[in-house]
Each structure stands twice: as C-alpha cells, then as structure tokens.
Design a protein around this ligand. Structure first.
Ligand SMILES: [Zn+2]
Length: 215
C-alpha cells in the first residue's frame, strides 16, 4: 500500500523541563493499519533528507511508540517520557524525524498495559505479564513507520534506538538502517527492574550501572 502525506503543519513544542523546539507535523493517508500515526520533522529535516539523497549521511530517526502514562503523565514505571524528550532534542540538533506511533503498551493497548502493570505488581515481569493476558510479548509493528519514512523521502535512516527489533523490522520493510545509535539510559528507582528485563530479554543495548540494579 502506498501512503501519502495528508497534511503538514508546524507545531511549537515545549517540554516540562522548558526545552523548546518546533516540529513540522505530518499526517498520512494509506497507512497499513489505519491508525493516526504522526511524523515530526525536527531541526533541519529538509537538509537532512537532501544530504542523504546526495549520498551523504542519513537523517536521524526515532520510531517512538505511544505511552500515555510515560509521555503525558510522567510515569516513572518506564523510560518513555525521558526517551521522547531526549529524542526530540537529538533529532532537532541532527535533523530528522520522530515517528509517533500509536501502539500503546507494546501494541496491546492502554487498558491491557495497565492490567499488565497490575500483574507485574504480583511478581511477573513485563513480558510474562503480557503473555499472561493472552498477548504477545511485543505486538508492535513498524509497517506504518516504514511507509511514513519512504513517503517522506527517507529510505535510509540512522536509527536512534536501543531496540534491535526496530532495525530488523524496518530493514525487512525496505528502510535501510545505516547506523544504530543508542539512546541514553534513563534509570529511576521505579523503572530499574523494567529496564533490566528489557536488556536481558530482548538484547536492548542498555548500559545499566550495576549498583543501581542491586535492589
Ligand atoms: Zn512507557
């Protein structure tokens, strides 16, 4: 299926810590799953696309999966909020795109994610909890992400992510990942167990300080 740009509009952004930037926000028609995914062009994204088209380095891209609790309410059960904030600044500096993907809770949805939190409070880890609810460990699909990148003229990307599955899926969908650039580690007392599980279970590249994980 071919996606097309539906609208584009400039939106000034301000994060809770005061950081500001400006996003060119794109909406699309023809995305595979019919959801309202967004692409945010940050920094000099036009130049980044043009440089790549001339054979230079690819634009910096982060596919970010929606996390209402982390992105909006600052939940410390995960690291999504700080990762979103970090990505906005790094992509603004480098020029590129932040893809805001409407696949909450690794694709299982908001209510199911909160159900999984409740199960985690009884001792299951984040992946075991999803399975106990009858879901896959990770149901995220990057087809729409690849469609948006190809539509925006970015068939090659430098991927800002610790998740090897994103690179694998994008590659299979026709987007060449020239580099994988890890994000910072956003550790808190509340998310230490979650981050450890992510690292050990799915080979996320996370350099976690051992002392922080002793508890
Ligand atoms: Zn989250």
């Amino acid at each position: 299926m071919t996606a097309q740009i539906r609208t584009q509009v400039t939106v000034p952004l301000r994060f809770p810590d005061g950081y500001t930037t400006s996003a060119r926000v794109f909406t699309f028609t023809g995305l595979a799953d019919g959801r309202e995914h967004l692409a945010l062009g940050l920094g000099d994204w036009r130049a980044a696309v043009a440089v790549a088209a001339d054979g230079g380095p690819a634009p910096l891209v982060r596919p970010h999966s929606e996390c209402l609790t982390g992105d909006v309410f600052g939940s410390e059960r995960c690291d999504c909020g700080p990762q979103l904030r970090e990505a906005a600044e790094r992509i603004t500096t480098a020029g590129g795109f932040l893809l805001y993907l409407r696949q909450e809770g690794r694709g299982i949805g908001l209510y199911a994610k909160l159900d999984a939190y409740a199960l985690q409070d009884t001792g299951l880890d984040t992946y075991q909890a999803n399975l106990a609810l009858g879901h896959g460990e990770d149901e995220r699909d990057y087809t729409a992400a690849a469609q948006m990148l190809l539509t925006l003229g970015a068939p090659r990307v430098r991927l800002l992510s610790n998740n090897p599955d994103k690179a694998t899926q994008l590659g299979a969908l026709g987007v060449r990942v020239t580099d994988r650039i890890p994000t910072g580690v956003h550790l808190s007392a509340a998310n230490a167990r979650y981050l450890t599980t992510k690292r050990d279970h799915t080979a996320h590249t996370l350099d976690l300080p051992l002392t922080a994980l002793a508890s």
